[in-house]
Design a binder for this molecule. Structure first.
Ligand SMILES: [Zn+2]
Length: 540
C-alpha cells in the first residue's frame, strides 16, 4: 500500500522490458474501460541542425506506454476526430498527460488536480490490486504509517487513497463503543493523528481528504462536499454562491425555511431579520449586553459581579467556561442570552468558527447547576459541542489547603487515573489540556509560595492566583453529561478537603480510593455521578 512514484513504477514496469505490462501489439485492460498499449512518441531531435537546409528536421522515436479509454476512442471516432491517449510515458518522462480527458474518462476518485506521481500510484494499483488485510481480517502491518505518509505525500491525490480511507472507516466503526458517542470522522482523524485534513461531506457522509472535496456553502453552512455530486439531484440550486433548497432563504449568512419564518425589519437598525429572532422588535445586534459576543479579554466578573446571595459562606466560588459551536449564530446568541441573562456572558472564541464561549460569573455550585441545567434542558440542535470544544471549571483556592490542592493536582496527572479521568471527562488529552506524569502533590505549593511557573495547559491550571482551573472536560451536549461532570467537581473538592484519611497519601490520589469514598458518602448530591461510575466497566 506504499505510494508509488514514477521512479518506483518504472523499476517494476520498465518500457525496456518487452514483457512488462503489455506486449507490442496487445492491449492490457486495467479497468473495464482503460487500457495500456506500447507505442511510439515522436520527438523533435534538437541536436540535429543543418545550416544549409533549415527545413531538414529530424525526429527521435521513443518507445512509450500509452493509457487509453475505449469510451474516449469511440466518442472521438463518432466525431471523426483522431484517437488520443490520456497519458504517455517511459521510465523517465511523461510525454503527455491530458487531465481533462482523465477527469472525463478516467476513475472518478482521483483528487481535483492529481500530481503526476499520483498517476503512477493510480496505474500501479490498478495493475496490482491493493492488499489491505491479512486472511484473518487484520489490517496489514504498517497500515497506519503508510496511510499517514500517503496522506502527506503525492499519494493523497490517487484514487487508491480513498480505498484505504474506506478501509480505515470500517476499522474505526467496528471499534466504536456504546459508551461514548463519538463521530466516525473524529475517530478517523484521531487514528491518523490529524494528518491529511479529513473532512466529511454533509450530504453523502463520505469521508475524504480535502483535496478530493469541494469547498462550498450549503444551506448557509460552509463545508466540504463530495465534488462528484450533482447538487440538483438533491434539490439544490445555486444562489449567491450558496446551494439552497427551494424553500430556503439566506439572511446575513444564516439559512431559514421561508415557510416557517416571518421576515421583518429591526426597529433599531432597520436590518432585515426574522421575527422570532427579535425581542420587542429589535434584532440581536440591538438588544444589548446579554446577547453580544464580548471580546476575549472581557472580564465577566467586572460586568456581572459575584453572585453573593445564593451561596453558603462555606461554599467555594466557581466559574465555568463552556465552548459551543452555533450553526445559526444569531439564533444561538438569542437562546443563550435568554437563558443565561445575568449569570453568564458570551465571549469570542477564536478556536471555533461560528462559536462562542459562555463564561459565567463566580457563583456557588447550586446556582450553576440551576442556570446551566435550564440552558441545557432545551438546547436546540444548532448549538452543539464541537470536537475541539471544552468545559473548564475554575474553583476558588479558598476551597483547598495546600495539601488538598496538591492531591487534586496529582489526581488528574497520575497515569494510573488516565482512563478514569477520561471516562468522567468525556474525552482524553488535547493540545490545550494534558496530563503530566511528573506533576505531584507539591505543585500548587511551589507555585504559590516559591513562585515557580507551570504550564497552564495542564489538566489542572495552577497559574491563576485565585483559582485552580480544571480543564479535563469535553463540553456537555446535554444535562446528564453536565450533571455528571459538575457532581464530580463538587465531590473532588469535598474529597480533597480532609487532611487525615485512614489511607496513605499515595493511595488517596488513586481513583479507586475516590470511588470507595464516593460510594460510602451518603450524600445524594453525588447520585448521578456514582451511578454513572458503577455502570461503567472501570470499577468492575
Ligand atoms: Zn437592529
Amino acid at each position: 500500500m506504499k505510494q508509488i512514484s514514477q521512479l518506483k513504477f518504472s523499476r517494476e514496469f520498465s518500457i525496456t522490458d518487452t514483457n512488462s505490462i503489455v506486449r507490442e501489439g496487445d492491449q492490457k485492460f486495467i479497468t473495464d474501460d482503460l487500457y495500456i498499449i506500447r507505442s511510439i512518441h515522436r520527438k523533435r531531435d534538437y541536436s540535429h541542425y543543418n545550416a544549409d537546409s533549415p527545413s531538414d528536421i529530424r525526429y527521435i522515436d521513443k518507445p512509450v506506454f500509452k493509457l487509453l479509454s475505449v469510451k474516449c476512442d469511440s466518442d472521438r471516432a463518432a466525431q471523426v476526430r483522431p484517437q488520443i491517449c490520456i497519458m504517455s510515458w517511459d521510465d523517465d518522462y511523461i510525454y503527455s498527460l491530458k487531465r481533462d480527458t482523465l477527469r472525463l474518462y478516467g476513475p472518478k476518485d482521483n483528487s481535483n488536480y492529481p500530481n503526476s506521481n499520483a498517476m503512477f500510484d493510480m496505474l500501479y494499483y490498478l495493475i496490482k490490486p491493493l492488499k489491505l488485510r491479512h486472511a484473518n481480517g487484520n489490517l496489514v502491518r504498517g497500515f497506519k504509517n503508510h496511510l499517514i505518509t500517503r496522506l502527506n505525500g503525492f499519494g493523497a491525490d490517487s484514487m487508491h487513497c480513498l480505498t484505504i480511507i474506506d478501509e480505515l472507516r470500517k476499522e474505526v466503526e467496528n471499534k466504536q463503543s456504546d459508551m461514548f458517542e463519538t463521530s466516525t470522522l473524529d475517530d478517523m482523524r484521531a487514528y491518523v493523528y490529524n494528518n491529511g485534513q479529513l473532512e466529511q461531506c454533509p450530504i453523502t457522509k463520505v469521508i475524504k481528504p480535502r483535496s478530493h472535496l469541494e469547498w462550498g456553502n450549503i444551506s448557509g453552512i460552509r463545508c466540504y462536499r463530495d465534488r462528484t455530486l450533482n447538487m440538483e439531484d438533491y434539490g439544490y440550486t445555486m444562489e449567491n454562491h450558496c446551494w439552497l433548497k427551494e424553500n430556503e432563504i439566506l439572511i446575513d449568512g444564516t439559512c431559514y425555511d421561508s415557510r416557517t419564518v416571518n421576515v421583518i425589519r429591526c426597529d433599531g437598525c432597520n436590518a432585515k431579520c426574522v421575527e422570532e429572532e427579535t425581542r420587542d422588535g429589535e434584532c440581536v445586534e440591538c438588544i444589548g449586553r446579554d446577547y453580544r459576543i464580548h471580546n476575549y479579554s472581557h472580564r465577566v466578573e467586572e460586568t456581572l459581579g459575584f453572585d453573593k446571595h445564593s451561596k453558603l459562606p462555606s461554599e467555594p466560588y466557581m466559574g465555568i467556561e463552556l465552548e459551543y459551536q452555533a450553526d445559526k449564530p444569531k439564533g444561538g446568541r438569542l437562546y443563550t442570552g435568554d437563558k443565561l441573562k445575568g449569570h453568564a456572558l458570551m465571549k469570542d472564541d477564536g478556536s471555533i468558527r461560528n462559536g462562542f464561549e459562555i463564561v459565567t460569573r463566580p457563583a456557588g455550585y447550586w446556582t450553576h447547576v440551576n442556570k446551566l441545567s435550564s440552558f441545557l434542558d432545551d438546547l436546540p440542535e444548532h448549538i452543539h459541542p464541537h470536537q475541539s470544544c471544552g468545559m473548564h471549571v475554575h474553583i476558588s483556592r479558598t476551597a483547598f489547603t495546600f495539601l488538598g490542592a496538591g492531591k487534586f493536582t496529582e489526581f488528574f496527572n497520575r497515569p494510573s487515573n488516565k482512563k478514569f479521568v477520561q471516562l468522567i471527562a468525556g474525552r482524553g488529552e488535547t493540545q490545550y489540556q494534558k496530563a503530566d506524569a511528573t506533576w505531584d502533590l507539591k505543585i500548587p505549593y511551589n507555585q504559590a509560595i516559591k513562585d515557580y511557573s507551570y504550564n497552564r495547559y495542564n489538566f489542572v491550571n495552577v497559574s491563576n492566583r485565585k483559582t485552580l482551573e480544571l480543564r479535563i472536560f469535553a463540553t456537555p451536549a446535554n444535562k446528564m453529561e453536565f450533571m455528571i461532570r459538575m457532581q464530580f467537581v463538587k465531590a473532588m473538592v469535598e474529597y480533597c478537603k480532609p487532611a487525615q484519611l485512614s489511607v496513605p497519601l499515595k493511595e488517596q490520589t488513586h481513583y479507586e480510593s475516590f470511588c470507595n469514598w464516593l460510594d460510602n458518602t451518603r450524600n445524594n448530591s453525588y447520585e448521578i455521578l456514582n451511578n454513572f461510575i458503577k455502570e461503567s466497566t472501570i470499577c468492575a
